[in-house]
Ligand binder design. Structure first.
Ligand SMILES: [Zn+2]
Length: 222
């Protein structure tokens, strides 16, 4: 028996003593401890003749059932946190892309970039905290990177390109091998849908506000 710890969610082999999966961040079974293997086996307790063998096998069965439930719980916990982290990541990053696209009145470019970014976030497999910050971090970096260019030359479309580029780069960067389970097949689809929705919200919302402000300015006397 080895001390390595296999993740319930993505089946990655983690080093002994890991509390969380290196690949996906899911909690690992606490039943295996990181104490070094004893060279001498522990003394075997003589089985008491008073223990009913039927009761003993029932007890073992119950323990197995509990272990199964705990394993299912860890699996659901992994899915829950992955979903929360990625929903946050996609909402923030694609809303920002949408706002920039709305600013240049090219909402469809924002929706396109946001949908692609959502799919990439859904495809990537990283620990939750990294999944939560990487795409928004990239989009913010790309925006700030272009900010001086925009202020000097007035080139705003380049900011959308820059934000999209760095967002996609950071979303994909550091991704591990993808787990092979049902939820992983749905994630890219949900990611794309989320990106589409938030980019639409950002871009159409921004265009609406800009049009409203323009009409307001035009309607002013003088
Ligand atoms: Zn894992």
């Amino acid at each position: 028996m080895t001390n390595s710890r296999v993740c319930d969610y993505c089946h990655t082999n983690n080093p002994p003593g890991s509390q969380k999966c290196e690949a996906c961040g899911a909690p690992l079974a606490s039943l295996v401890t990181n104490t070094p293997q004893r060279s001498t086996p522990p003394p075997v307790q003589p089985t008491s003749p008073s223990v009913d063998p039927v009761k003993l096998s029932q007890a073992q069965e119950n323990v197995e059932k509990i272990e199964e439930v705990v394993q299912q719980g860890r699996y659901l916990y992994a899915i829950l946190w992955r979903t929360v982290a990625e929903a946050f990541s996609i909402a923030v990053s694609t809303l920002l892309l949408g706002i920039i696209a709305g600013g240049i009145e090219r909402w469809w470019l924002g929706v396109l970039a946001g949908t692609i970014l959502g799919i990439v976030v859904g495809f990537a497999n990283k620990p939750y905290w990294l999944a939560a910050i990487s795409a928004p971090g990239g989009v913010i970096f790309g925006t700030l990177f272009w900010l001086p260019v925009w202020l000097i030359s007035g080139n705003l479309p380049g900011m959308l390109a820059s934000a999209s580029f760095f967002g996609l780069l950071t979303a994909a960067l550091g991704s591990r091998k993808r787990p092979d389970n049902g939820w992983e097949k749905i994630r890219p689809l949900l990611g794309g849908l989320g990106g589409f929705l938030f980019a639409s919200l950002g871009s159409l919302g921004t265009q609406f506000i800009l049009t409203f402000l323009r009409n307001l300015v035009n309607s002013l006397p003088g």
